[in-house]
Design a protein around this ligand. Structure first.
Ligand code: SF4
Length: 232
């Protein structure tokens, strides 16, 4: 059974519009230098595991008001038995959301086909040519593109999101990302927070100003139904 490495009992930002909790799973196939969850990615076995009984009791004790559960990481789709965790959530009539880096399109498709997902939030790390640098390893862009297509055609709610990391994402990248995602529903640009990063050098990177990010929102707007700015 997939191991739960963290539980945020009230996480309204992670599942916008719903009273939700967030579950953190360990491990990731990417090594993004700006990642804030270094322990989950690099040292998951050093973290305690929440017993499944505890998680089920948590859900059942909140059945009258909890509306959804967000599963994040790490990369949740690394785990082959993610469907088991999603099933216990859906059995309790809760909405489910998964955050993913988009590198496991077949697994994503299977979960959507089983009706286990209500919302997918997929990272667009940067424009495709800079992906290896942003992900900290070689990336099969075909898989990223396939995930984009699956999500857009799924019929479920979705968000694409980019963290505005100076040096990895610039104005031109936002233009390229917007074209690559042309016609998609929601695009979220997130301010970069230089804290507790996987590559400690990234803690010295100064985030873009709010004005820069507001300019990027205007660049992206013609390409999406809605463009949101978070943290700036
Ligand atoms: S930012 Fe996401 S995809 Fe990148 S290493 Fe961290 S958990 Fe993995």
């Amino acid at each position: 059974m997939v191991e739960i490495k963290g539980l945020e009992k009230f996480a309204p930002k992670d599942f916008p519009g719903f009273i939700a909790a967030t579950v953190f799973l360990g491990r990731c196939n990417f090594k993004c230098p700006f990642c804030h969850n270094a322990d989950l990615v690099l040292r998951p076995d050093s973290l305690p595991t929440f017993p499944m009984d505890y998680f089920l009791a948590f859900l059942d004790a909140r059945k009258d008001w909890l509306e959804g559960v967000c599963i994040t990481g790490g990369e949740p789709l690394v785990h082959d038995d993610l469907d088991v965790l999603l099933t216990v959530i859906k059995e309790r009539n809760l909405l489910s959301k998964v955050d993913t880096n988009g590198s496991f399109p077949q697994k994503l498709d299977a979960l959507i086909e089983k009706g286990l997902l209500d919302h997918v939030a997929m990272d667009m790390k940067t424009s495709f040519d800079k992906y290896p640098e942003a992900a900290g390893r070689p990336v099969d862009i075909e898989k990223i593109n396939t995930s984009i297509a699956i999500i857009r055609n799924s019929g479920i709610n979705y968000t694409f999101r980019t963290t505005a990391v100076p040096g990895l994402v610039d104005r031109e990248d936002i233009e390229k990302i917007s074209v690559a995602l042309q016609g998609s529903k929601t695009f979220r640009i997130q301010q970069y927070m230089p804290h507790n990063t996987l590559d400690r050098d990234y803690e010295n990177i100064k985030p873009y100003s709010a004005d820069v990010l507001r300019d990027w929102v205007e660049i992206a707007k013609p390409h999406f139904v809605e463009v949101l700015l978070e943290g700036a």
